[in-house]
Design a protein around this ligand. Structure first.
Ligand code: BTN
Length: 242
Protein backbone atom coordinates (compact mmCIF):
# COMPACT_ATOMS: atom_id res chain seq x y z
CA UNK A 1 0.00 0.00 0.00
CA UNK A 2 1.40 3.39 -0.98
CA UNK A 3 0.79 5.40 2.16
CA UNK A 4 1.83 8.96 3.02
CA UNK A 5 1.78 9.53 6.78
CA UNK A 6 1.56 13.07 8.07
CA UNK A 7 1.52 14.46 11.54
CA UNK A 8 -0.68 17.48 10.91
CA UNK A 9 -2.21 18.89 7.74
CA UNK A 10 -5.06 21.24 6.88
CA UNK A 11 -7.14 18.50 5.25
CA UNK A 12 -6.00 15.14 3.85
CA UNK A 13 -8.51 15.58 1.02
CA UNK A 14 -7.05 18.96 0.02
CA UNK A 15 -3.49 17.68 0.34
CA UNK A 16 -4.15 14.61 -1.81
CA UNK A 17 -6.08 16.64 -4.40
CA UNK A 18 -3.20 19.09 -4.79
CA UNK A 19 -0.54 16.37 -4.84
CA UNK A 20 -2.30 14.22 -7.42
CA UNK A 21 -2.97 17.26 -9.55
CA UNK A 22 0.74 17.99 -9.82
CA UNK A 23 2.50 14.61 -9.76
CA UNK A 24 2.02 10.96 -10.63
CA UNK A 25 0.60 8.92 -7.78
CA UNK A 26 -0.36 5.27 -7.77
CA UNK A 27 -4.00 4.34 -7.74
CA UNK A 28 -5.20 3.89 -4.12
CA UNK A 29 -2.46 6.08 -2.67
CA UNK A 30 -3.45 6.87 0.92
CA UNK A 31 -2.76 10.06 2.86
CA UNK A 32 -3.32 9.72 6.59
CA UNK A 33 -2.84 12.44 9.21
CA UNK A 34 -2.76 12.35 13.00
CA UNK A 35 -4.58 15.66 13.04
CA UNK A 36 -6.24 18.10 10.65
CA UNK A 37 -6.39 21.85 11.14
CA UNK A 38 -9.13 22.39 8.54
CA UNK A 39 -10.93 19.07 8.26
CA UNK A 40 -13.89 19.24 5.91
CA UNK A 41 -17.24 17.52 6.32
CA UNK A 42 -20.27 17.14 4.10
CA UNK A 43 -22.01 20.27 2.78
CA UNK A 44 -19.41 22.76 3.92
CA UNK A 45 -19.38 21.57 7.53
CA UNK A 46 -16.16 21.23 9.51
CA UNK A 47 -14.79 17.86 10.55
CA UNK A 48 -13.16 18.10 13.95
CA UNK A 49 -11.30 15.17 15.36
CA UNK A 50 -9.29 14.43 18.51
CA UNK A 51 -5.62 14.59 17.39
CA UNK A 52 -3.87 11.22 17.46
CA UNK A 53 -6.94 9.24 18.53
CA UNK A 54 -8.90 8.80 15.34
CA UNK A 55 -8.48 8.05 11.65
CA UNK A 56 -8.53 10.88 9.15
CA UNK A 57 -7.41 9.75 5.72
CA UNK A 58 -7.97 10.09 2.00
CA UNK A 59 -7.64 7.56 -0.78
CA UNK A 60 -6.93 8.37 -4.42
CA UNK A 61 -9.10 6.58 -6.96
CA UNK A 62 -8.14 6.94 -10.59
CA UNK A 63 -9.72 5.85 -13.84
CA UNK A 64 -13.15 5.23 -12.44
CA UNK A 65 -15.33 6.66 -15.16
CA UNK A 66 -18.76 6.81 -13.60
CA UNK A 67 -21.59 8.28 -15.63
CA UNK A 68 -23.51 11.22 -14.21
CA UNK A 69 -26.22 8.87 -12.88
CA UNK A 70 -23.68 6.49 -11.41
CA UNK A 71 -21.69 8.88 -9.23
CA UNK A 72 -23.42 7.70 -6.06
CA UNK A 73 -22.11 4.17 -6.72
CA UNK A 74 -18.77 5.26 -5.32
CA UNK A 75 -20.42 6.51 -2.10
CA UNK A 76 -22.11 3.15 -1.79
CA UNK A 77 -18.85 1.26 -2.39
CA UNK A 78 -17.02 3.35 0.22
CA UNK A 79 -19.74 3.04 2.88
CA UNK A 80 -19.96 -0.71 2.33
CA UNK A 81 -16.16 -1.04 2.49
CA UNK A 82 -16.11 0.66 5.90
CA UNK A 83 -18.94 -1.52 7.21
CA UNK A 84 -17.28 -4.71 5.94
CA UNK A 85 -13.97 -3.74 7.56
CA UNK A 86 -15.61 -2.89 10.89
CA UNK A 87 -17.64 -6.12 10.86
CA UNK A 88 -14.34 -7.95 10.57
CA UNK A 89 -13.23 -6.16 13.72
CA UNK A 90 -16.42 -7.45 15.39
CA UNK A 91 -18.10 -4.08 15.74
CA UNK A 92 -21.84 -4.67 15.86
CA UNK A 93 -25.01 -2.58 15.43
CA UNK A 94 -23.41 -0.87 12.44
CA UNK A 95 -25.45 1.03 9.89
CA UNK A 96 -25.21 3.73 7.29
CA UNK A 97 -27.40 6.79 7.63
CA UNK A 98 -28.23 8.24 4.22
CA UNK A 99 -26.27 9.42 2.42
CA UNK A 100 -23.12 8.18 4.10
CA UNK A 101 -22.79 8.62 7.83
CA UNK A 102 -21.44 5.53 9.54
CA UNK A 103 -23.29 4.75 12.77
CA UNK A 104 -22.75 2.38 15.68
CA UNK A 105 -26.09 2.02 17.45
CA UNK A 106 -27.68 5.41 16.93
CA UNK A 107 -24.47 7.44 17.13
CA UNK A 108 -22.23 8.66 14.34
CA UNK A 109 -18.74 7.19 14.34
CA UNK A 110 -17.64 8.09 10.83
CA UNK A 111 -18.23 10.15 7.73
CA UNK A 112 -17.25 10.19 4.07
CA UNK A 113 -16.40 13.12 1.82
CA UNK A 114 -15.76 12.30 -1.84
CA UNK A 115 -14.36 15.00 -4.10
CA UNK A 116 -13.90 14.60 -7.84
CA UNK A 117 -11.21 16.56 -9.70
CA UNK A 118 -9.85 16.88 -13.17
CA UNK A 119 -6.20 17.38 -14.11
CA UNK A 120 -5.02 19.76 -16.84
CA UNK A 121 -4.41 16.62 -18.91
CA UNK A 122 -8.13 15.84 -18.68
CA UNK A 123 -7.58 12.88 -16.35
CA UNK A 124 -10.36 12.51 -13.81
CA UNK A 125 -9.74 11.31 -10.28
CA UNK A 126 -11.67 10.97 -7.05
CA UNK A 127 -10.41 11.67 -3.57
CA UNK A 128 -12.26 9.60 -0.99
CA UNK A 129 -11.97 11.19 2.45
CA UNK A 130 -12.86 9.14 5.49
CA UNK A 131 -13.07 10.33 9.08
CA UNK A 132 -13.55 7.54 11.60
CA UNK A 133 -13.66 7.97 15.36
CA UNK A 134 -11.53 5.13 16.65
CA UNK A 135 -10.03 5.60 20.13
CA UNK A 136 -11.61 8.88 21.26
CA UNK A 137 -13.64 8.35 24.42
CA UNK A 138 -14.59 11.89 25.42
CA UNK A 139 -17.54 13.26 23.46
CA UNK A 140 -18.64 15.99 25.83
CA UNK A 141 -21.05 18.35 24.11
CA UNK A 142 -21.46 15.91 21.19
CA UNK A 143 -24.40 13.72 22.22
CA UNK A 144 -24.80 12.17 18.76
CA UNK A 145 -21.15 11.16 18.29
CA UNK A 146 -19.28 8.07 19.34
CA UNK A 147 -16.28 5.91 18.44
CA UNK A 148 -15.27 2.31 17.97
CA UNK A 149 -13.67 2.32 21.42
CA UNK A 150 -16.86 3.54 23.09
CA UNK A 151 -19.03 1.13 21.08
CA UNK A 152 -16.82 -1.90 21.81
CA UNK A 153 -15.20 -1.07 25.16
CA UNK A 154 -11.60 -1.45 23.98
CA UNK A 155 -9.01 0.38 21.90
CA UNK A 156 -8.30 -0.46 18.25
CA UNK A 157 -5.10 -0.53 16.23
CA UNK A 158 -5.70 2.36 13.83
CA UNK A 159 -3.36 1.00 11.16
CA UNK A 160 -5.18 -2.36 11.14
CA UNK A 161 -8.52 -0.62 10.70
CA UNK A 162 -7.15 1.63 7.95
CA UNK A 163 -5.61 -1.29 6.03
CA UNK A 164 -8.80 -3.30 6.28
CA UNK A 165 -10.89 -0.45 4.91
CA UNK A 166 -8.50 0.11 1.99
CA UNK A 167 -8.40 -3.63 1.17
CA UNK A 168 -12.20 -3.71 1.01
CA UNK A 169 -12.26 -0.49 -0.98
CA UNK A 170 -9.91 -1.92 -3.62
CA UNK A 171 -12.13 -4.98 -4.05
CA UNK A 172 -15.35 -2.95 -4.17
CA UNK A 173 -13.97 -0.39 -6.63
CA UNK A 174 -12.96 -3.34 -8.83
CA UNK A 175 -16.63 -4.42 -8.69
CA UNK A 176 -17.65 -0.93 -9.84
CA UNK A 177 -15.21 -1.17 -12.75
CA UNK A 178 -16.72 -4.53 -13.71
CA UNK A 179 -20.21 -3.00 -13.48
CA UNK A 180 -21.01 -5.46 -10.73
CA UNK A 181 -22.80 -2.93 -8.55
CA UNK A 182 -25.90 -4.82 -7.40
CA UNK A 183 -24.24 -6.67 -4.48
CA UNK A 184 -22.92 -3.34 -3.17
CA UNK A 185 -26.38 -1.80 -3.33
CA UNK A 186 -27.87 -4.82 -1.58
CA UNK A 187 -25.30 -4.45 1.23
CA UNK A 188 -25.94 -0.70 1.44
CA UNK A 189 -29.72 -1.18 1.73
CA UNK A 190 -29.36 -4.06 4.19
CA UNK A 191 -27.52 -1.67 6.51
CA UNK A 192 -29.52 1.49 5.80
CA UNK A 193 -30.43 3.21 9.08
CA UNK A 194 -34.17 3.31 9.85
CA UNK A 195 -35.26 1.76 6.57
CA UNK A 196 -38.96 0.88 6.79
CA UNK A 197 -39.53 2.91 9.96
CA UNK A 198 -41.63 6.12 10.14
CA UNK A 199 -39.25 9.00 10.83
CA UNK A 200 -39.55 12.82 11.03
CA UNK A 201 -38.16 15.00 8.23
CA UNK A 202 -38.17 18.67 7.29
CA UNK A 203 -38.17 20.41 3.93
CA UNK A 204 -38.67 24.16 3.31
CA UNK A 205 -39.54 24.66 7.00
CA UNK A 206 -42.28 22.02 6.84
CA UNK A 207 -42.05 19.01 9.11
CA UNK A 208 -43.52 15.69 8.03
CA UNK A 209 -43.28 11.95 8.62
CA UNK A 210 -42.00 9.52 6.04
CA UNK A 211 -40.98 5.89 5.81
CA UNK A 212 -37.62 5.30 4.13
CA UNK A 213 -38.07 2.88 1.22
CA UNK A 214 -34.52 3.05 -0.03
CA UNK A 215 -32.03 5.13 -1.99
CA UNK A 216 -32.26 5.52 -5.76
CA UNK A 217 -29.27 4.81 -8.01
CA UNK A 218 -28.70 8.55 -8.33
CA UNK A 219 -28.48 8.86 -4.55
CA UNK A 220 -31.89 10.31 -3.69
CA UNK A 221 -33.83 9.18 -0.63
CA UNK A 222 -37.17 7.53 -1.40
CA UNK A 223 -39.90 8.10 1.16
CA UNK A 224 -43.41 6.81 1.52
CA UNK A 225 -45.41 9.79 2.79
CA UNK A 226 -48.44 9.86 5.07
CA UNK A 227 -50.84 10.30 2.14
CA UNK A 228 -49.45 7.02 0.71
CA UNK A 229 -47.57 8.72 -2.12
CA UNK A 230 -43.89 8.14 -2.84
CA UNK A 231 -41.43 11.03 -3.06
CA UNK A 232 -37.72 11.36 -3.84
CA UNK A 233 -35.45 13.85 -2.08
CA UNK A 234 -32.00 15.12 -2.97
CA UNK A 235 -29.27 15.29 -0.37
CA UNK A 236 -29.38 19.06 0.04
CA UNK A 237 -33.14 19.57 0.16
CA UNK A 238 -34.03 17.33 3.08
CA UNK A 239 -33.26 17.55 6.77
CA UNK A 240 -33.50 14.44 8.86
CA UNK A 241 -34.86 15.21 12.31
CA UNK A 242 -33.52 12.07 13.90
C1 BTN B 1 -18.99 14.07 7.05
O1 BTN B 1 -19.39 15.24 7.11
O2 BTN B 1 -19.58 13.18 7.65
C2 BTN B 1 -17.79 13.74 6.23
C3 BTN B 1 -16.54 13.83 7.02
C4 BTN B 1 -15.29 13.50 6.23
C5 BTN B 1 -14.04 13.78 7.03
C6 BTN B 1 -12.80 13.29 6.37
S1 BTN B 1 -11.42 13.28 7.46
C7 BTN B 1 -10.34 12.93 6.14
C8 BTN B 1 -10.81 13.73 4.96
N1 BTN B 1 -10.23 15.07 4.96
C9 BTN B 1 -11.14 16.01 5.16
O3 BTN B 1 -10.90 17.23 5.23
N2 BTN B 1 -12.35 15.47 5.28
C10 BTN B 1 -12.32 14.03 5.13
Amino acid sequence: MNIIKLNAINSTNDYLKTLSGTQYLENFTVVVAESQTKGKGQMGAKWNTAPGKNLTFSVLIKDLLLGINEIFNLNVAVAVSILQALEKHNVDKLSVKWPNDILAGNKKIGGILIENSIKNSGEIFSVVGIGLNVNQTDFEGLPKASSLAVACGHEFDKTDVLENIVTNLKRNVASLLHKNVDPLWVAYHKNLYKIGVPMPFEKDDKKFMGIIQGVTRSGNLELLLEDDTMAEFKIKELQMLY
